[in-house]
Design a protein around this ligand. Structure first.
Ligand code: BGC
Length: 813
């Protein structure tokens, strides 16, 4: 097949080669039909395969987010997720999934932490390798991203991550390097930001010298969407500008770069060769036909998502063994909190998918609690930033009894004439990405979303309209909210109080227009009952009369998202107060938290149990209930340190940056490496998580007391389940260098194993230590150095709970 690529390369004209350097549109590469070169399609990524539309035309399986996958510490499971995601990607007619995200949790505030696996490069690299291996084993390409140091959202299109050579190599590049060497991803995405002053998409040192040179990466480098900034993108290692049409990798700029001698013909051929190789790898030449998008809700993916959810959930506190609850024991259960009903199953931004369905925590608990138990719900306190979407069960297609919303598109700005296209949605929310909407011949357009509103409950409501663009909302031909002349970029919400009668049908229409060039537009209608009463008091009363209270708190995709960072580590709204008052009313209070990054827990001492459930995908409610009722052991361990307060985080002093630069001033001391060295006690350490059973570690032994750099040492440890229940444990291996010429962290994760043990059962866990596990990067060499001397191996349950240690010598070769 390689010959095929060379033959094609020889036949392509210069103009054709240049045309291949940028996308055709938001999600496709350019085809050259004359030579049988097909377009291939990419899609986001990473917790599902969304497809071209953001509006749920074809729903997708929604998997747990990246940090939840990281919390499973189970590469084999993540490999299976990769395989499943390959099927999902194919359902959307795509060849490449824009995933996984392997940036590092540097600050708890970073908006995309939920997408990334961990604060630790080794855990990240192992998870990424497993994900990519699974995905590519089924013929779908991975696009590992974002290369590199895209670790916060503040000024994300321009900020320079100023990072020293050692942390760059040992922390930020390392997961990419591991994944590229172990799993060989077919593509990689450059980041939006600059690194030490140079844009990622035109960074010769990173793309040409390190990635393609040192690491011998033979795949394709594509830009992040609109992440190209100058003509320098033509000649510094970027192969494909996305999305299309070309801006900087255009004919004009590429010809000029060739003329100036900055880009050679050989370099141009190399870029094209990489694209052709990618097309070949994803089977594009063998199957050039495009496939339509479809939704395929597979039972086996449901089961995998539920299992992954269970394996990601971290039990943080369990006083008096309150958990697990006994499903056979009749009890009254108070379920409290907005997230129990409006399930937080994913983070915000480009990784969002329209799930096939959502199992809410309330539904999951009802299904598990047993017929003898009574489950009651109270919201406690709403945490919406915008009013929540209109309940789909209240929306009928115009003139019909079928659920839904009709969406008419017009190619003019005033909804004139017959619609160019019609789509059907399930709620009054739509967004569009890309310079041009699929199948619409114009970049500007207008649209009408229409539905019949059939309220199940009457009363006074707040109705909200927000949009990027301009919009107005009509109810029974009365103009209720008018945002027809507002600044199109203002995404604030305008609210209006209305009165609705139960069972009456109202004609609801939202007119929308997008008058300017741009690539991101949205419109949303929310509805929420206007209530004067104290919702917290209602929840407290429910808790007081129940045997157990389960409070669901945390963040949502409105609070934790791509595009912005959080401003603090606090629970939004009045959630702390809710938890405190419920705990005061019921000593058997369990808090379940949904979030992708650490939260402050001022009430920790007052509650009996805390369960950390991340964003668990469409089966989140079942997975949480499986853990609460003991159908499964909480399998997750923290892949990131939870500090007691934001100021303890090592990035704190330099975050978010100023004058276009963020200094990675903590150097190598990211996450537990810092808490170790500074002896700062975190709220919960890296690797932490309780089980419903207990484990002992014994009999640590090394295969030798000394090794040469070309040798390996085997570390074995016996682990016994000493409790009464079956359980899962994550055995962690850290290595420390007793004395080194350069500064090194006290210890670093170099191995882990997830095991399942029956009561009384013992197993032996074995790890291998090689030269790389002992090495640091010395910029003076430059290269990786394993320095002779004593090394200590630490085996434990978390970075702060080391059970056994032993040492050995590295002797010179
Ligand atoms: C994100 C990428 C994503 C791309 C396409 C960008 O805004 O940073 O992660 O793959 O959009 O949606």
């Amino acid at each position: 097949m390689t010959n095929h690529i060379e033959t094609l390369l020889a036949q392509l004209t210069l103009d054709e080669k240049i045309a291949l350097l940028a996308g055709a549109d938001a999600w496709h590469t350019v085809a050259i039909p004359r030579l049988g070169i097909p377009a291939i399609k990419v899609t986001d990524g990473p917790n599902g395969a969304r497809g071209a539309s953001r509006n749920g035309i074809h729903t997708s399986a929604c998997f747990p987010v990246g940090v939840a996958m990281g919390a499973t510490w189970n590469p084999e499971l993540v490999r299976q997720i990769g395989e499943a995601l390959a099927e999902e990607t194919k359902d959307k007619g795509a060849h490449i999934l824009l995933a996984p995200t392997v940036n590092i949790h540097r600050s708890p505030l970073a908006g995309r932490n939920f997408e990334c696996f961990s604060e630790d490069p080794y855990l990240t690299g192992m998870m990424a390798s497993a994900y990519i291996t699974g995905l590519q084993s089924r013929g779908v390409g991975a696009c590992i991203k974002h290369f590199v140091c895209n670790d916060s959202e503040f000024e994300r299109f321009s900020i320079s991550s100023d990072v020293g050579e050692r942390p760059l190599r040992e922390i930020y590049l390392r997961p990419f390097e591991m994944a590229i060497k172990q799993a060989k991803p077919w593509t990689i995405m450059s980041a939006y930001n600059r690194i030490n002053g140079v844009w990622a998409s035109e960074n010769r040192r990173l793309l040409v010298e390190i990635l393609k040179g040192e690491w011998q990466f033979d795949g394709l480098v594509m830009s992040d969407w609109y992440g190209t900034y100058s003509e320098r993108a033509t000649s510094n290692g970027l192969d494909l500008e996305m999305p299309g049409p070309a801006r900087w990798l255009s004919r004009q700029h590429v010809l000029a770069a060739l003329e100036r001698g900055e880009l050679s013909e050989a370099d141009l051929d190399d870029k094209v060769r990489r694209l052709l190789r990618t097309i070949e790898r994803v089977g594009g030449f063998a199957n050039p036909a495009t496939t339509a998008e479809r939704a395929n809700d597979r039972p086996e993916h449901r089961a995998l998502i539920r299992r992954a959810g269970v394996e990601s959930i971290v039990l943080l506190k369990n006083e008096g063994q309150l958990l697990p609850l006994d499903p056979a024991h009749p009890q009254t259960i108070a379920v409290i909190g907005a997230n129990a009903h409006w399930a937080a199953i994913m983070g915000g931004g480009s990784s969002e998918v329209a799930p096939h369905y959502v199992v809410t925590p309330l539904q999951g608990i009802r299904a598990r609690a047993g017929a003898q138990s009574v489950v009651e719900y109270a919201i406690g306190t709403p945490i919406f930033r915008r009013l929540p979407n209109l309940d789909p069960a209240w929306l009928r297609l115009p003139g019909s009894d079928r659920l839904g919303v009709r969406l008419d598109y017009f190619t003019n700005l005033d909804l004139a004439g017959t619609p160019e296209r019609i789509e059907y949605l399930n709620t009054l929310e739509a967004s569009w990405f890309g310079d041009q909407i699929e199948d619409l011949p114009t970049p500007t357009f207008s649209a009408r979303l229409s539905s019949e509103l059939l309220p199940a409950q009457g009363g006074r409501y707040q109705l909200g309209l927000s949009c990027v663009g301009q919009a107005r909302l009509w109810l029974d031909d009365e103009l209720i909210i008018d945002r027809w002349d507002k600044d199109p970029m203002d995404f604030s919400e305008q609210r209006q109080t209305i009165t609705l009668a139960a069972g009456k049908r109202y004609q609801l229409a939202v007119e929308y227009r997008w008058p300017i060039p741009g690539n991101w537009r949205a419109v949303q209608v929310g509805l929420w009952p206007e209530r004067e009463d104290d919702l917290i008091a209602e929840a407290v009363a429910l808790a007081a009369r129940s045997n157990v209270a389960i409070v669901f708190a945390g963040l949502t995709k409105e609070w934790e998202s791509e595009g912005f960072d959080r401003s603090d580590m606090d629970l939004p709204g009045r959630q702390n107060e809710l938890i405190q008052r419920v705990a005061a009313a019921n000593p058997r209070t369990i808090v379940v938290l949904n979030a992708g990054s650490p939260l402050q827990m001022p009430w920790l001492a007052e509650v009996a149990a805390v369960v950390w459930a991340w964003y668990g995908g469409q089966e989140a409610g079942h997975a949480i209930a499986d853990v609460l009722f003991g159908a499964a052991d909480p399998g997750g361990r923290l892949p990131t340190t939870f500090p007691k307060r934001l100021a303890d985080n090592p990035a704190y002093i330099n975050y978010p940056g100023e004058n276009g630069h963020v200094l990675y001033g903590e150097g190598l001391f990211v996450g537990y490496r810092y808490y170790d060295r500074k002896d700062v006690e975190p709220l919960f350490p890296f690797g932490f998580g309780l089980s419903y059973t207990s484990f002992t570690y014994h009999n640590l032994r090394l295969s030798a007391t000394a090794m040469r750099p070309d040798e390996r040492i085997t570390v074995s440890v016996d682990v016994t389940n000493t409790g009464a229940r079956p359980g899962t444990e994550v055995v962690q291996l850290y290595v420390g260098d007793s004395a080194a010429r350069l500064a090194r962290p006290d210890k670093e994760l170099k191995g882990f194993a997830k095991i399942a043990l029956q009561p009384g059962e013992t197993t032996t866990v074995t790890f291998t230590i090689d030269r790389q596990a002992l090495s640091y990067y010395d910029p003076a060499v430059p290269g990786w150095v394993a320095e002779p001397g004593e090394f200590v191996v630490f085996v434990g349950r978390s970075a702060a709970d080391i059970r056994l240690r032993a040492s050995f010598e590295l002797v010179a070769a």
